[in-house]
Design a protein around this ligand. Structure first.
Ligand code: HAM
Length: 424
């Protein structure tokens, strides 16, 4: 049997409606917050993602799908959306039009060890504001995330925030951290030993050593912030408090990507049965990425949600959240002569936005019911010779458990009325 690649998923027809419902809800919130959609290719020139190894994060250095095309060009499947959005922003000179508020939904690719909630192809919904360094912009994105979680009815969330400072304060901090760790590194895990040279800050959010006294007593980045950064950070926290957004300050939150500065945040789903991959949404400020991509200095803030994780969390919290994509009508044609009459009805109903299915070959009553047992429509409409001769349709209302025979026009009105009641 041919099988899908490890770490990927087929989203089957009986699941996809959940994606449609969630995507519609997300797009509607984007409209309210005035974010516009951007669609970039799912692969980029490798240089865009790797940028001469400027980004030393595991994700960019070890987990990308890199390949050569038939002309020998080095390409990379995008591991996340931010870098592609920034490349597009620079390439299309979007900076000339002022602040850009952009969103995207699409597949991302990372060569990670697959497990529950972690895949090699997964989907992100991302938000990016390009062109503002204001803490109010950080606030708007975090507020929007909370609005989204409220709309989808998720409780039990933990918002963690930190401030990584600007390049100057981070360099000072890195120096002190390295001094502090110099004679202690042997007591940390092998990953940390590797990180000490490449990216010592990542030691702070090491999952293995998180409870180790060496890390819990190490210097904290927030003590190295400039006056302006401290003030912005405190203003952001004030705003979050004023809007009743609960958060935890976590000085060890550094995030997996190297492009961040100042505010970073993660939103976790804390239900204990959810599994370890519980970060549903994460992001932060990245004021240097656009210049790394040869664009003008542009301050940016953004975040991304893992769609698979969001759907899992919603289903755990409220199994009825996603109402099934129920078929409105099954039109059962009971005689050869009735097909053109049925097709006419199917057309009229579909024009009125009513979902319809019908049979291509004449069905016996028994076969109609075995079909509709699977399809579960709201209405079965029977069209046989009697109906043609009397210009009527017979409607079995499966919710109200009754069958009625009405003239063609009244029948259509009856169906529309019943479905309308359901919508309201
Ligand atoms: P990230 O933390 O790498 O950030 O990913 C964001 C979210 O994508 C995660 O919180 C998680 O929900 C989901 N995710 C990540 N990896 C996987 C995976 N292997 N399988 C399933 N879901 C996954 C970014 O990607 C940044 N670009 C976010 C950002 C936007 N920062 C600024 N702007």
């Amino acid at each position: 049997m041919y099988t899908k690649p490890k770490g990927t998923n087929d989203i089957l027809p009986n699941e996809i409606y959940k994606w449609h419902i969630l995507e519609k809800l997300l797009k509607n919130i984007c409209r309210l917050y005035n974010f516009k959609e951007i669609r970039t290719p799912i692969f980029e020139m490798s240089d865009t993602i790797h940028r001469n190894n400027v980004d030393s994060s595991d994700m960019v250095s070890k987990e990308t799908y890199d390949f050569l095309d038939r002309s020998g060009r080095k390409l990379t499947l995008r591991p996340e959306g931010t870098c592609s959005v920034c490349r597009s922003y620079v390439e299309n000179k979007m900076y000339v039009s002022g602040i850009q508020k952009l969103y995207y939904i699409g597949p991302m690719f990372r060569y990670e060890r697959p497990q529950k909630g972690r895949f090699r192809q997964f989907h992100q919904f991302g938000l990016e504001i390009l062109g503002s360094g204001s803490y109010i912009c950080d606030f708007e994105v975090i507020l929007m995330c909370i609005t989204i979680f409220k709309k989808i009815g998720l409780n039990g969330l933990r918002v963690r925030i930190n401030n990584l400072g600007d390049i100057n304060s981070r360099e000072k901090y890195k120096k002190d951290l390295l001094n502090y760790l110099e004679d202690k590194i042997d007591c940390l895990c092998s990953d940390c030993k590797e990180r000490i040279n490449k990216n010592p800050l990542r030691i702070l959010d090491c999952k293995i050593d998180s409870k180790n006294d060496i890390l819990t007593n190490c210097p904290q980045i927030t003590n190295y912030l400039s006056e302006k950064d401290l003030l912005d950070y405190s203003n952001l926290k004030d705003l979050l408090n004023k809007f009743n957004i609960c958060f935890i300050e976590d000085p060890y939150l550094v995030r997996g990507l190297d492009y961040y500065n100042n505010t970073v945040f993660e939103i976790e789903y804390t239900d204990s049965s959810f599994g370890s991959q519980n970060v549903l949404c994460a992001g932060g400020r990245y004021n240097n990425l656009i210049s790394e991509l040869n664009g003008p200095k542009t301050e940016c803030f953004g975040c991304a949600f893992g769609i698979e994780r969001i759907i899992d969390a919603i289903e755990l919290e409220d199994p009825c959240f996603f109402k099934t994509d129920r078929l409105d009508c099954f039109i059962a044609t009971l005689s050869d002569k009735a097909f053109s009459y049925s097709l006419n009805l199917v057309n009229i109903l579909r024009e009125k936005n009513i979902t319809c299915e019908f049979n291509y070959e004449v069905l016996s009553l028994k076969n109609v019911f075995s079909k509709t047992d699977k399809l579960m429509p709201r209405y079965i409409i029977f069209i046989g010779e009697d109906e043609i001769n009397s210009n009527t349709i017979s409607i079995k209302d499966l919710d109200l458990k009754k069958t009625i025979n009405l003239t063609y026009d009244l029948g259509v009105k009856y169906i529309l009325g019943g479905l309308h009641e359901n919508i309201n």
